[in-house]
Design a protein around this ligand. Structure first.
Ligand SMILES: [Zn+2]
Length: 280
């Protein structure tokens, strides 16, 4: 029997309304809102060519990439298999400070991020990944990089060479560059995260000398227990003009991470775009 028409129970209009409102907002409403999520907007902007479809599924935003759905899950970007362990993961997005670093980044636990998204976009097989990479000339060396970031890296090089004409510090940096490590099938040091190196999206610019300074938190743990407190002047750092050239073209610098890695740059335009949106 319909309780509203029975006449025996008097219901307030609010309760009646709650009977009529579905548990989840209607599909159309959610769909029209996904562009309002800044993280989703930057993902579509940066990786749009790899995403075949974006829709609302199970009250979440879902992206179809290579026949597999990957779900937004508050930035965690997980396939259905990843749901079981979703509490282990943090968002693939993080706060990245723009401009010159003025103090060491605040200590944070090493985040665990799912590699589901990048695995789907670029694949995981080494042969397949190598097909997407090429040797790119960079500062009188070569880096084996994914086509996805090749043009951006060439622009970085042009800007660094230009800066070197009038900036001795940049000139010395280029001259003292010893070797570049780029594509490697390896995990991020000290974590189970897949590194951007695995996709040909990262490069380490190794200098002839670190001048006795710290370049990587992991190397420093051997000498200093409170490595996260190492002041910036004791950390090996590329010239600011070099960092600026990378950031301008979509590369994040590892020196701004809590677990610092000052020779490391990786192509993650979504992180920089999100930072610019949030700081505007
Ligand atoms: Zn690296």
């Amino acid at each position: 029997m319909n309780p509203i028409s029975s006449g025996k129970i008097i219901l307030s209009p609010l309760i009646v309304l709650s009977f009529l409102t579905p548990a989840f907002p209607p599909l159309e409403q959610t769909t029209s809102k996904w562009e309002d999520i800044p993280e989703v907007a930057v993902l579509l902007e940066v990786y749009g060519d790899f995403i075949q479809e974006t829709t609302t599924k199970d009250n979440d935003v879902a992206f179809l990439i290579n026949k597999t759905w990957v779900y937004f899950r508050n930035g965690r970007m997980l396939t259905e298999e990843g749901f079981r362990f979703q509490n282990r993961y943090q968002s693939i997005f993080y706060d990245y400070p723009l401009g010159k670093l003025i103090k060491p980044p605040k200590y944070q636990q090493m985040p665990v991020r799912s590699s589901d998204f990048l695995d789907l976009v670029f694949g995981t097989k080494e042969t397949l990944l190598r097909e997407q990479c090429d040797w790119v000339p960079f500062l009188d060396h070569k880096a084996y990089m994914n086509h996805f970031c090749e043009e951006a890296l060439r622009k970085v090089e042009t800007e660094i060479f230009y800066a070197a004409k009038s900036n001795v510090e940049v000139e010395d940096f280029v001259e003292n560059l010893k070797i570049i490590y780029s594509f490697q099938q390896k995990k991020v040091r000290g974590s189970e995260n897949a590194s951007h190196h695995s996709y040909g999206l990262a490069l380490d610019l190794v200098p002839e000398s670190y001048d006795g300074k710290h370049a990587n938190w992991k190397w420093s743990t051997a000498f200093i227990k409170e490595w996260h407190l190492i002041p910036l002047e004791k950390r090996w750092t590329p010239p600011q003009a070099v960092i600026d050239a990378f950031e301008k073209n979509g590369f994040v610098w590892g020196g701004k991470w809590s677990h610092f890695d000052t020779i490391h740059f990786e192509y993650a335009p979504e992180i920089l775009r999100l930072s610019r949106i949030k700081n505007n």
